[in-house]
Ligand binder design. Sequence first.
Ligand code: NAD
Length: 440
Amino acid sequence: MKKFSVVIAGGGSTFTPGIVLMLLANRDRFPLRALKFYDNDGARQETIAEACKIILREQAPDIDFSYTTDPKTAFSDVDFVMAHIRVGKYPMREKDEKIPLRHGVVGQETCGPGGIAYGMRSIGGVLELVDYMQQYSPNAWMLNYSNPAAIVAEATRRLRPQAKILNICDMPIGIEGRMAQIVGLPDRKAMRVRYYGLNHFGWWTSIEDQNGNDLMPKLREYVAKNGYVPPAKDEHTEASWNDTFAKAKDVQALDPDTMPNTYLKYYLFPDYVVAHSNPERTRANEVMDHREKQVFSACRAIIEAGKSSAGELEIDEHASYIVDLATAIAFNTQARMLLIVPNNGAIHNFDADAMVEIPCLVGKNGPEPLTVGDIPHFQKGLMSQQVAVEKLVVDAWEQHSYQKLWQALTLSKTVPSASVAKAILDDLVEANRDYWPELH
Ligand code: NAD
């Protein structure tokens, strides 16, 4: 069986150790010959990498492991780039969340003004990775799950049309895992779904088991009462996520024929979200206080002891969708997956050049989207507005246009008026001086 060389871009990410453990657990179907980490923050990456080096030495000494901040070393001789960068890291995420909240508007990582600000930072970072890949390993594929995926996907479609990049998101996968629990199936792969929308902005229209039995009636009844909070309580789910899963019941009430992506709550119930946010302490603070501290202290403990048992690092099992995607390309499996791809008529009554999230068959030449057909006015109206926001952000980045970014913020369903949009934008410009192109 062929063995692959992979570079993880954003090697210093809190998700990297979990991904490494997941790759190790899936070696039988996706064998590795080399694994590299690449990050532009050498110190942050070193801690994660030195701990992973010990894990790899224990479990798979045959895999050639290295880490670097040098693009040429990182991107040469690779088959896959797995990209999860966060341009500006958590301190900028904190600003994305807190600045809109100061103006009474949703403050969220990928939705509304926070997502727009993050998009303006991410575009340049992800395009840079694409360029390194094209320069040093032109036959490689990039599997990108850096956020905000919708804006990043629009930017790569428009600005790097030839790039072999697949944009993917784990949120539908997480929700489908809950759906499987609700209907009593062992896992989400026992279901066959139809779904359409934009990233963090979509709906399931059909969910069946492998025999074609319709699971929607059971899900509908359950979700209308409990949202996506599964029957057996999951101790690992944090309170803020639990609220989001529970709120899905109100989102679902707007169109009981479908099952919604949880992120729709930010667009459909922004007043509720703002009322339940603490402007002094947002999700970024929770992540910095818990997840980031936990991962880095576990890595330090492993490095100090020289053995993996000294620190608790969790395998990110649900991230095995990344291996599903890599094997689909590597072995032409024609696996069916939800990907963010150009619409090109798949949704019949929607813009051909919109980046939509829909089921695709994936093989060695990339994704082959399945037809969706016509979508109803409610979804179409919401999606048209949101896709315009995403396109305006890329316009703004490309043209260095303050005007376009003001239009993007004004058009976001989370923002009540053009004057509020302008006030938020002026604060965001100030906060993002080191990251955004200079707007005029
Ligand atoms: P993190 O801050 O812990 O890690 C991100 C790393 O990227 C940092 O080490 C940082 O130094 C590095 N980085 C930033 N800019 C870079 C650049 N231009 N080049 C190279 N490296 C750069 O963040 P995290 O919480 O682990 O999240 C990482 C990313 O993964 C985020 O974009 C997050 O939204 C995304 N994510 C996506 C999914 C999904 O399925 N779509 C799931 C979870 C996280």
